[in-house]
Every structure is written in structure tokens, then in C-alpha cells.
Design a protein around this ligand. Sequence first.
Ligand SMILES: [Zn+2]
Length: 688
Amino acid sequence: MKQSPFAPHLTRRQVMRTMGACGIGIGFSSLLQNAASLPASEAKAASSVVKDRQPLLSSAFFPLPLGSIHPRGWLLEQLRIQANGLSGHLGEIWPDVGSNSGWLGGTGESWERGPYYLDGLLPLAYLLDDQRLKALAQKFMDWTIEHSWPNGMIGPAKNDDWWPRIVMLKALTQYQELTGDPRVIPLMDKYFRYQLAELPKRPLRDWGKFRWQDEVLSVVWLYNRTGSSYLLDLARMLHKQGYDWIGEFADFQYRQKITAEYIKLEEGQGLADLALATHGVNNGQAIKTGPVWSQISAAAPDRNAVFQMIEQLNRYHGLPNGMFSCDEHLAGRDPSQGSELCTVVEYMFSLERSVAITGSVALADRLEMLAYNALPGTLSDDMWAHQYNQEPTQVECSLHHKPWVTDGPESNLFGLAPNFGCCTANYHQGWPKFTNSLWMYCGAQDHDREDGLAAVAYGPSEVRTQIRGVPVRVIEETDYPFRGKVRLTVTPDSPFAFPLQLRIPEWAKGAKVQVNDENPTNPDHGTFARIDRTWRSGDRVEIDFPMQLRTSRWFNDSISIERGPLVFSYPIGEDWVKLRDNGLGSADWQIFPTTQWNYALKVNTSAPEEGIVVTETEVGHAPFSRADAPVRLQVKGRQIPSWRAEDGAANPLPQSPVSSQEREDTLTLIPYAAAKLRVTAFAQLKSE
Ligand SMILES: [Zn+2]
């Protein structure tokens, strides 16, 4: 077993005291600023990377131990907004994760909601070094650890479903990395031994059967720490009993909008294989299946299955915000269809794990697209309200009937638990896990000569880790994704040679990288640019991503406009009407349009910068809010009178190109996330 940062035989009380002494009590950020004065043993323990153990097929990148990455700038503000919003207060107004939760020993909700909440609350609390939230999370972890069943099972006695345990295992692995609590690894070991013996008698079913790959992540996590070979047997059994996602996508059949009749919902078949295979959240979680399973199978085709999955989902159900439609089953390409918030955060998590295993730039590009568009686009600016379903073209959020495949009428309201409470419990993982994935560790499985750091996604942050035993700190200053400039300041404890890998997104043609005052280089887009050198304290790397405008093609040959990782939308005038109060800062809201929205755009798709004016303003504390949108595009358009809404949803877009005799207007587009009512896919005007 890897040595934990804390002595292995301490009681819980001693552990908590030790955590305070190690800096968690005094503020981890202040610890970092004073890291040079830390005892070497503590600095090392806080940043020991765990690589993949043989015979696992090695990942391209290894996750940095949690606690290594710290948000700065607007990203830190975003996490603070989240903590001050629903994430920091949910249990006070929503009993399902309140003091009567089954995961606290109460008689309340005892299934997935407690674990879902912990999966996001834990990393959020530690990224912010928020004592109150850490203490809150600790209660759930303590109950879970101290109340395992005599046979090794964990969780409330009300049910023995494998699925909610799969989620709690994700929380437990994070908790162990964050605290070094010595109770976690024995607990997981006992649980997995029990499960291996039990699964032949009581196999995976419904949700667990379709989400088995998420448990394999935790099994691999423990194998890398203990080396117990039975864990590989368990991974193989989960694969054998789990749904064959790789096989499904090798010959993808679900190419149409899935109807309730097709999946026989009325006949009570909602948990049958057909319904679960076409279920949005299941597909979002499934995206990691190929890379995760490839570590066990050691088969390259398994690893590459992720690209086929995304390609098929994009082709038949793709939307311009980077998502696929799922409201809540796969719903085709019309941008008036919705995507569930659980799917957004699960797709992000799948991409984070898949980027680590594959080292793919394309997967990281998509991760940023979701993080910087679909995630904030479905949360209110103060993060006290969220939607169940968001639509790229969302002209009204109301109780009117919507074109959802299977979801109810409240699905696109902003509120506490619109339609169903899964997203209410689950969305907290989005921003924190993204933050913890900005940087990864690179190197070979069996030696440390190639060890270095990789900038996987960009955002204002600081990473502090150890490379071959040498403490290294990198500060990333940037207003990305709103600007294209990124400045890294690299500070090893002493001059030290290691590779720094920088992701150059596929869209970043003509990117420039400059170290100190040396000649700049122009790395290829769609690759990781590798800088091998002896780094000295204060070395600077300036990255300049050209933020050219781009267009993409969607439903009925409509167009969307992108710049860097951001998608742009026409912001419809919004009238927020309160439907009900839920206590504290929480309310449920309908939003009604106050302006016209049925515009077609005049855009030259081969040179979109001709005729579009870009205006940049300061990046403030809430850059995804409408009032503070730091980038705006002015573009010409005309209304299409025949394109209307019905029951609160825009009718299908007219086939592009289109003609219009209406007056030419100048429209201002803002980032997708800033416009809660919006048009994102536009009909294209015929060139004159
Ligand atoms: Zn959900």
C-alpha cells in the first residue's frame, strides 16, 4: 500500500488533528505559498503521482493527486459562486441530502442522491479550502466508513443496489486522495472482495449494468495502490456482466429520435435494456467505456472506441453546444431538443478520464466546449438554480408542453429540482472535477525519465507537484476561454529538466509558443506541443491562441458561430417569472421571451471574420453572466417570419440557405452560457 500523507495507524480524531497540522486547517493556499518551508516529507506526500501498475495498459497521462491544482482568477470566483449557491446549502432546503439522508444514518433518501452530492461537494470543499463544506462532507464520509456491513457491503441497509455504491466509490477515492484517511483503502478492499464473491449470485442490473465502467475506474484506482490481483478479476466480471457499449457503437442502431412508444415506456419497460441503452445519462457515462476497459483488455481498438462513440452520437444526435440530445432519451439533431444536466457533467467526467488514458487533444477540445458552454449555460448566474434540460435554441422556459421525448413539462425551468431530482444532486461535480483536470502528469509507466507536466485544458490556475522528487510550481495566468493568451510561470525548486506538454487545440491554427525571450515556435494544431528544457525559477511560457471566428454546420444546414472553445448565441430578451419559492436563495423560475428571435444570419462561412465585429471587454467576476459577457459579436441578420415557436419551443429551422425581405438588422451575439433564452443554430441567408 502506498504510504499515505498521514501516519497509517492513526485514529480518526488523530487524522483530523494531523490534517490541521498539515495545513488543511490553516488554509491550503497559504500552505502552497509557503511550500518552500514545508518539511520535505509533507511536500512529497501531497504530490505523489500514482501511475498505472502492470499489467494494466498504461494511460498517456496520470491524474495529479487531488490537492495539486488550485483555481485562480475567474475560475476561483466561479467555484465561490457555486459554494455560495445551491452546492453549499442544498441540504438545508432539500431533505434528500439533508440530515435525515440514509447516507448519514437517517431514514430518508438512501439511494444515489447522497453519493451524487458527495462526488461534487468533496472536491469543491477542498478546492476552496472551505472549512464548513469540508465538515459537511466529512459527516457523510465518516458515516459511510464507520457503517460498513459485517460482510463488507457499504451504504444504507435499505437497499443492496450496486449502483449507488458505484457513485460512493468515486467519492471515496477522492476523499482518500484529499485527506489520506487510512480507513478508506481497507474499506474499499473489503467491499470489492465481497462484491467479487457476491456478483455471480446477484449480478449487475439496470443502472449498475449500464454504468459498470465507472466502477472499473475505482477498481483500477485501488489496484494501482495495492496491486491485489483479485481486483483485475473483479474488473473482468463487471465487464462481463455489464452492458456491451463498445459493441453497440460498433454498429450503432439508434439513429432517430427515440420515442416513448419505441422503448415501450407505457408498458413499464423504462428499465429494460432498450430504454437504458438509449438513455442520455447512460450514454454520457458510457463514453469512457473504451478507454477504461482498454486498461484491462490491453486492446487498442477498445481504447479507440471512444472516438467512434462520440462520432456516432454527434452524427445522429449532435447539438451545437457540444452535447448530444437526450430529453431524456436520444432525441435527434433539432436544436430545440434538450440535454439533461446529469448528462453534461457525466459526459465531462467521461472526457476527463478518457483524455488521461488516451492523451487525445480532440477529447480535451470537447471537454472545454462542454465546460465553457453547456455547463454554465444551464445554471443560473448565482448557481441557485439549474435546469433539467437545456436547449441550444431555447426560446422559452415554461410549463408549456415541450418536445421532450420522455421528460415532463418542468424540464427546462430554472429551479431547485425541475422534473426530477437527479441533476439537483449530481451537477456539483462539473466545475470542481474540470478544475482538477486542467493539468495532468505525463510519463512512462515503468520509469520516471520522461516524467513531466501536461496542460490538458486551459483556465486560470496553479499547479504544485513533484517531478522526480523535485517540487515544481506552475502558475497559469489567463482570461481563457474569453482570450487566447496564456502565460505560464514555471518554478522548480532548483534548475531541473522535464518535458512540458501544451495542448494546441484543433481549432488553434497558427498558435504561437514562446519561452522567455527566445524565438517563438508555431506548433501544429491538434497536438500536444512538447517543450524539453532545463527549467529555471521564473521561466515564462507565453502561448498565443489565435481566436479566429469559425462556423459549424447543424440541423437543416444551419450554422453556429464559434471562437476558441466558445459558442455564440443570440440573446433573446428575458422576463424571469417566479413560479415558487423553495427557501433560502432557491426559487423555481419560468422565463418568457420579450424580443423577436427568429433571425437568419448573413455570414460568409469561408471567411466569417468578414462582416462580424468582435468586441472584447474586461473579464469580471461572473464572466458567464449576461451583464458581464466579456466577448460580443456584431453580425447582420434578417428575420424569417415563417419561423415560429409552438408551445414554447422553436419549430424546426428552415433549410439553409434562406431568403428574407425583412429589414437587415445588426445583432449582438454573446457567449452561449450568458444567454439563458437564445438562438444558437441559425438559418444562413443566401448571399446577395
Ligand atoms: Zn439528472
